[in-house]
Write a protein that binds this ligand. Structure first.
Ligand SMILES: C[S@@+](CC[C@H](N)C(=O)[O-])C[C@H]1O[C@@H](n2cnc3c(N)ncnc32)[C@H](O)[C@@H]1O
Length: 298
């Protein structure tokens, strides 16, 4: 049985736990979190109750919740299943339409799904082809299959600098649909920390911001762009806020990335490239911050 673990989310919207507990405090009836064995850990009867609820429920989120249960994120699944209010995880809500870029082995996508319990609102994209990801990341194929069966849309060979273009973008079908937020966690073109690497990464981010401004899918007046980067001398030297400003985006906020909350739901940051096809050990996520931008009208 999985251990009962406490989820920790961040400002400003809190996380699934804190929000649900707050709602209970207010006497809202839609978050029935009072599980009979609270504090005693999960039992097989919990799983039976969850399975029973799954059978009864007919909502579109069933498959997402099923995946969360099968992937042992029981706690998140319970909350997602029982809550008719929006569910929050970090700054994300189950009501938002979320576009994910540079998702690599899809572990952030899976964590988001487990936390929010909604699959139809998430579109995950990867820079590489499906075959390359299969070679690079051992966990990729199983995660892809689980996400697809949960109803998450996954697109490959999506270049963040070409979102607005028919080739390499998210596709003409998607150009017409709107996202509330576009998320690029730990963008990196690969390579090391040399001067030329810095230049290549700045160029990529510059292209991404410019493209996010041109694509119709982020044309909402309130659409946000999230970029998560570590605060180290190398990443700080990119000066992400200046890159965004030059491309016409307005910096709104810099906030700590709730890495614990996402890791507890299965997220594990990965590297862009390894030694041949072999990935080196997971990169550090220490001192990671989310930069929040707003797209200024053209
Ligand atoms: C350090 S990895 C981070 C992967 C993942 N976002 C995570 O949090 O673990 C950087 C990712 O950025 C992707 N990337 C590099 N250039 C890109 C581009 N032009 N458009 C989209 N993604 C890109 C890489 O393929 C890689 O998957």
């Amino acid at each position: 049985m999985p251990k009962t673990r406490k989820l920790r989310g961040g400002k400003p919207t809190g996380n699934v736990h804190s929000r649900a507990n707050r709602d209970r405090g207010r006497g809202q009836s839609s978050a029935p979190l009072s599980r009979p064995n609270r504090g005693r850990g999960k039992t097989s009867s919990d799983s039976r109750v969850a399975a029973g609820r799954l059978e009864k429920s007919t909502s579109k989120n069933d498959r997402a919740i099923d995946v969360a249960i099968r992937s042992r994120h029981l706690e998140a699944a319970f909350i997602a299943l029982s809550n008719t209010n929006p569910v929050f995880l970090g700054p994300y809500s189950s009501r938002q339409r979320i576009l994910l870029l540079g998702e690599a082995d899809l572990s952030f996508t899976a964590a988001l799904l487990a936390g929010l319990g909604v699959s139809s609102n998430i579109v995950a994209t990867c820079f590489e082809s499906e075959a390359t990801l299969n070679e690079k990341y051992s966990a990729f194929a199983a995660r892809r299959d689980a996400l697809l069966s949960a109803g998450v849309e996954i697109k490959y060979e999506v270049d963040a600098t070409c979102l607005h273009e028919p080739q390499g973008g998210i596709g003409p079908d998607r150009e017409t649909s709107r996202f509330d937020v576009c998320v690029f966690n730990f963008p990196h073109v690969g390579g090391g920390s040399l001067k030329e690497d810095r230049v290549a990464n700045i160029q990529m981010l510059s292209g991404f911001f410019a493209s996010s401004r041109q694509t119709a899918c982020l044309a909402k007046p309130r659409a946000r762009v999230h970029v998560v980067l570590r605060s180290t001398a190398f990443y700080d030297s990119w000066d992400v806020c200046s890159i965004a400003k030059q491309a016409g985006l307005r910096f709104l906020n810099k906030e700590p990335f709730e890495v614990d909350a996402f890791e507890q739901l299965g997220y594990c940051a990965v590297r862009t490239s390894g030694d041949g096809t072999q990935m080196r050990q997971a990169p550090s996520t220490e001192k990671a911050f989310r930069y929040v931008f707003q797209i200024e009208p053209a």
